[in-house]
Ligand binder design. Structure first.
Ligand code: TMP
Length: 236
């Protein structure tokens, strides 16, 4: 079913298939941080990201939020609808942590109500700079109304995933989404949603249960991702 390699990123490979508008996403065992400056190989990480991301996209679909996701194919691969990725990282923040702390001089843990939306330009050479709406319209092919649609969808994903993670005794602190344009021209939620792209804090211990354990060197990435998958599997 898998045909030629179309694209290889830091954490995934994208393959064509025999079906024109469908692609295979293959999750790699690599972890990178700080735009690839920190790198490591974790045997089994690809499986964990694929399993978690597949479960999250399935849950979103059950809640009426569509995406590029079609189905999980095997341990490390999923089938998705083809899209052209829009070079925007759409970040939603419920609580202050990460890059916003130094940028705006905020204290870690400050809640944002309503949640903050930030846009970053997905461009490794420029180190994914923070941009505003006008920049997003200049640098991508989306329209004003599509940008509005993207933001509304990101907030909807936030509402649904906050509730899901709360039921797993986790707080969804912040996360990043990417959107693509389908071959029929629609804007579609795409990429992956996993502890690589979210921050999750345990509600009891406040421990960080996401890629920050690798970014900050404070814990065992595989152990933490296994816990997230286990809580998702045990969900009633
Ligand atoms: P930040 O605080 O480093 O800006 O990250 C905000 C959120 O976006 C956090 O949940 C991690 C996620 N993220 C990615 O998924 N990819 C990235 O390249 C970066 C910088 C952040």
């Amino acid at each position: 079913m898998k045909a030629e390699l179309l694209y290889e990123g830091k954490a995934k490979q994208v393959y064509r298939t025999n079906t024109k508008s469908q692609l295979v996403l293959s999750y790699k065992n690599d972890a990178t941080a700080f735009n690839g400056k920190k790198k490591a190989f974790f045997e089994g990480k690809g499986r964990l990201n694929n399993e978690i991301s597949s479960r999250i996209f399935t849950y979103l679909q059950e809640q009426g939020i569509s995406s590029h996701f079609i189905k999980r194919l095997n341990e490390t691969e999923q089938l998705v609808h083809e899209t052209a990725i829009i070079p925007l990282e759409v970040v939603i923040r419920n609580v202050a942590t990460g890059s916003i702390l130094k940028r705006l001089g905020l204290k870690e843990g400050m809640p944002f109500q309503p949640p903050l939306i930030e846009l970053f330009y997905k461009n490794d050479e420029l180190d994914d700079p923070l941009i505003n709406d006008d920049h997003a319209l200049l640098l991508t092919n989306i329209t004003v109304s599509e940008l509005k649609e993207i933001k509304a969808k990101a907030l909807e994903v936030n509402t649904v995933l906050r509730e899901l993670y709360q039921s797993l005794n986790l707080d969804l602190i912040d996360f990043k989404l990417e959107f693509g344009r389908s071959i029929t021209g629609e804007i579609v939620l795409a990429d992956e949603i996993s502890p690589d792209t979210c921050r999750l804090w345990d509600r009891d211990t406040r421990e960080k249960m996401d890629k920050d354990v690798f970014r900050q060197g404070t814990g065992d990435l595989l152990e933490v991702y296994e816990i997230i998958l286990h809580r998702l599997e045990e969900r009633k």
